[in-house]
Design a protein around this ligand. Structure first.
Ligand code: GCB
Length: 597
C-alpha cells in the first residue's frame, strides 16, 4: 500500500484538524446507526491525537469500548473521474469507517494503515461525511493482547500485560487522495553493493495491462541529477560511484516510477526514496555495508503529555535532535510500529531502526509487563494465546513488513517483545511468525526480544532468529540496590548467550529515576543510581565481544496504567516526559560521543 502523495497524477487532502467526537458508553452506536446523522452531543476532538488525555475527565481516559469520530469534507469537483481513496494512517486498535451512509472499510490492529477505494461513494463537488467508530478493547485475539473484566457493578475494566498506557483513537493523519483509475499499487526496492557500484533491484506493481502500458523508472541522486533510467516493471539499476546510505549519513536517491499508455500519455507516477545499503549478520557481527555496526540508543515510545500517542512533527524533530545530542545512532520502535513520518525522518537522518510489531505482553509470567509474577502458568492455551492470536499476529507481521520494507533505516524486524519463550508451545507459535517475516523480506534479519525469565539454557526459540535481543533489569527488578551483584550476574549471563554465536543487542536496561531526586549515596529512584546502573552495564558490555549494541530503556518517561510500581508513569527515561535531561543523559552523551565507541 503506497502512501498518499501529491504529484502530476495524484492529489491528496489531509483530514487532520478538529473532528466531532462522542463516547459510546452504552455501546449503542452500531445498532442505532450513528454514522447516518450528525453525532448527537458531540464535542470537538483534534486528529491526530489519543483522545484519552484531551479532557479532564476520567470517563474519557479510562473508557473501554467504542468512540465515534465524524467530519465533513468538501471534495473538489475536479476529482470526478479519478479514483478516490480514504486512508487512515492508524486507528487504535480497530475501526470501521463509513463514507456518507456506506461502510467502506474495517481494520484490526492499531498501528498500521488501512484504506478503501471510495470512488463510488464520494460525491465530488459536494460536502461528504466521514464517520469512524474506533474501539480500544484488548482481548486474547488482539495484538497486543488484553482482557476486559465485566465488574458486578456493570463497569468494564481493561487489563493488559504491557507497561504502557492503552492510548486509543486516531493517532495519525487521515487522508483523502486520488489516483488515476489505472495506477501504480506498490513499489519494492532492495539494494546491494558491489565495491563502489550500488545495485537497486526494483519491482513496480500496478493495475495496468502489460501489453497496453509501459513502466519506466528513473533514479535521481540527492541533487536531482538522473543517474539511471530503465523500462519494465522489474529490474536492477546499477549506480556507479554510489553514495551509500549509512548510519549518520542518510543519503537518499529518489526513484520515480511512471506508467505510460501505448499512445504515449503519462498514466501514473510515484516517487519512492531509496537508500542504498546492505545489512548482514555474520557470526557475532551485525554488518551495515559490510562494516560492523554497534547500536547506541534507546527503546522509545510514541508518548507525550496531552496528545498521548498522537503523531506530532514538532516532538519528532525534537526527539531526533536529542538522539543526536546524546550521540545515539539508533532506536527501537518499542512496542509497536511508529508513524511512517518517523521512519522517513530516520531515513533522512541516517538513524538506524529496529522495527517492532505491537506484540507486547504475550507472557503470563510477567505481571503487567513489569516483573515476574511468580506464577508458572501457560501463556499458550485455547483461552489465552491461541491460534486466533497467532492469526492476528501473522497479519501484524505482514502489515509491518509490507509498510516498512523500503526504509533503509530499518535493519531488523522485531516480531515480539518479551513473549513467553520457555514453554514448549512457544516454538510452535514463533516458528510460523519467523518464517513469515523471512518470506516477506529475505533481505533483513529477524529477531524477538527476550525477557529475563527466558535464560539461554531455557529459551526454546533462539535458533529461529538471527540476533539475540535482550531486556535485562539486574540491579532493578532483580537485586535492587546491589549493583555489584548486577555486574557479576549480567556478565555471567552474557557469556552464556555469547556461546550461541549470534550478535547480541541489549534492547533494554535501565532504572527508574524520579527527576530531581538526588543523593550522594546512590539508591534506587535517584538520578545517581540510574546513571551508575548504566555505567555498570556498560563496563560489562565492553568486555563481551558478542554485544553489538546497547539501547537504554527508555529515551523519555512515559505514561503507563496506574499502579503501585509506577509514579505517574514509567520513570526510566533519561529525559523526562517534557524532554528535560536527567543526570544519566549527560553520562550517556559522554560515552556515546566519545570517538571509537
Ligand atoms: C520491560 C518491558 C517494557 C517496560 C520495562 C519496565 O521489560 O519490555 O515495556 O516498560 O520492562 O520498565 O518495566
Amino acid at each position: 500500500m503506497l502512501r498518499p502523495q501529491d504529484g502530476p497524477t495524484r492529489e491528496r487532502r489531509s483530514l487532520c484538524g478538529l473532528w466531532s467526537f462522542r463516547l459510546d458508553a452504552e455501546g449503542l452506536g452500531r445498532a442505532e446507526g450513528w454514522w447516518r446523522s450528525q453525532l448527537a452531543g458531540a464535542v470537538d476532538i483534534p486528529v491526530p491525537a489519543s483522545y484519552n488525555d484531551i479532557f479532564p475527565d476520567a470517563t474519557v481516559r479510562d473508557h473501554v469500548g467504542d468512540v465515534w469520530y465524524q467530519t465533513h469534507v468538501w471534495v473538489p469537483a475536479r476529482w470526478a473521474g479519478e479514483r478516490t481513496v480514504l486512508r487512515f494512517d492508524a486507528a487504535t486498535h480497530r475501526a470501521i469507517a463509513w463514507v456518507n451512509d456506506v461502510e467502506v472499510v474495517r481494520h484490526e490492529g492499531g498501528y498500521t494503515p488501512f484504506e478503501a477505494d471510495v470512488t463510488a461513494h464520494l460525491r465530488p463537488g459536494a460536502e461528504n461525511c466521514v464517520t469512524v467508530v474506533v474501539n480500544n478493547e484488548l482481548t486474547w485475539e488482539s495484538i497486543p493482547p488484553g482482557r476486559v473484566e465485566e465488574r458486578t457493578d456493570g463497569r468494564r475494566v481493561q487489563h493488559y500485560f504491557h507497561d504502557f498506557f492503552n492510548y486509543a483513537g486516531l493517532h495519525r493523519p487521515v487522508w483523502l487522495y486520488t489516483t488515476p483509475p489505472v495506477h501504480i499499487t506498490d513499489i519494492t526496492v532492495t539494494t546491494s553493493l558491489e565495491d563502489t557500484t550500488g545495485l537497486v533491484a526494483y519491482r513496480v506493481d500496478s493495475t495496468a495491462q502489460a501489453e497496453e502500458h509501459e513502466v519506466r523508472v528513473s533514479l535521481r541522486d540527492a541533487s536531482g541529477v538522473e543517474v539511471h533510467v530503465a523500462t519494465g516493471a522489474a529490474g536492477t539499476l546499477r549506480v556507479a560511484d554510489v553514495h551509500p546510505w549509512a548510519p549518520g549519513d542518510g543519503y537518499l536517491y529518489e526513484l520515480e516510477a511512471t506508467l505510460w499508455s501505448s499512445s504515449g500519455g503519462l498514466v501514473d507516477s510515484y516517487r519512492q526514496s531509496v537508500g542504498v545499503r546492505t545489512v548482514e549478520v555474520r557470526g557475532k557481527e551485525f554488518l551495515i555495508n559490510g562494516t560492523p555496526f554497534y547500536f547506541k540508543g534507546f527503546g522509545k515510545h510514541e508518548d507525550a503529555a496531552v496528545r498521548g500517542r498522537g503523531h506530532d512533527d514538532i516532538l519528532m524533530v525534537h526527539d531526533f535532535a536529542l538522539l543526536e545530542w546524546t550521540g545515539a545512532n539508533s532506536f527501537r520502535t518499542s512496542h509497536y510500529p511508529y508513524a511512517e513520518e518517523v521512519l522517513d525522518y530516520a531515513d533522512r537522518q541516517g538513524v538506524v531502526v529496529i522495527d517492532e510489531t505491537a506484540a507486547a505482553g504475550l507472557n503470563l509470567n510477567i505481571a503487567g509487563g513489569v516483573f515476574g509474577s511468580g506464577r508458572k502458568v501457560s501463556t499458550f492455551s485455547p483461552d489465552t494465546v491461541s491460534e486466533s492470536t497467532l492469526r492476528t499476529h501473522l497479519q501484524a507481521v505482514k502489515e509491518l513488513v509490507t509498510r516498512d520494507k523500503n526504509h533503509p533505516s530499518v535493519v531488523l524486524w522485531s516480531i515480539a517483545n518479551e513473549p513467553d519463550n520457555v514453554q514448549p508451545e512457544a516454538r510452535d507459535y514463533f516458528a510460523p511468525l519467523a518464517a513469515e517475516a523471512r518470506r516477506l523480506d529475505p533481505s533483513r534479519p529477524v529477531a524477538y526480544v527476550n525477557a529475563l525469565m527466558g535464560k539461554p539454557d531455557q529459551c526454546v526459540v533462539t535458533d529461529l532468529f538471527d540476533v539475540v535481543l535482550l531486556n535485562r533489569y539486574y540491579g532493578w527488578y532483580f537485586g535492587p540496590n546491589d549493583l555489584a551483584a548486577a555486574e557479576t550476574e549480567l556478565a555471567a549471563e552474557l557469556r552464556q548467550w555469547a556461546a550461541h554465536d549470534k550478535p547480541i543487542v541489549i534492547t533494554e536496561y535501565g532504572a527508574d529515576a524520579y527527576p530531581g531526586l538526588r543523593n550522594v549515596v546512590p539508591s534506587p529512584w535517584t538520578e545517581e543510581y540510574q546513571a551508575e546502573l548504566l555505567d555498570v552495564y556498560h563496563r560489562v558490555f565492553d568486555r563481551v565481544d558478542a554485544v553489538v549494541g546497547e539501547q537504554v530503556w527508555n529515551f523519555a518517561d512515559f505514561a503507563t496504567a496506574p499502579g503501585v510500581f509506577r509514579v505517574d508513569g514509567n520513570k526510566k527515561g533519561v529525559f523526562t516526559r517534557e524532554r528535560r535531561p536527567k543526570s544519566a543523559a549527560f553520562s550517556l552523551r559522554a560515552r556515546w560521543r566519545k570517538t571509537g565507541q
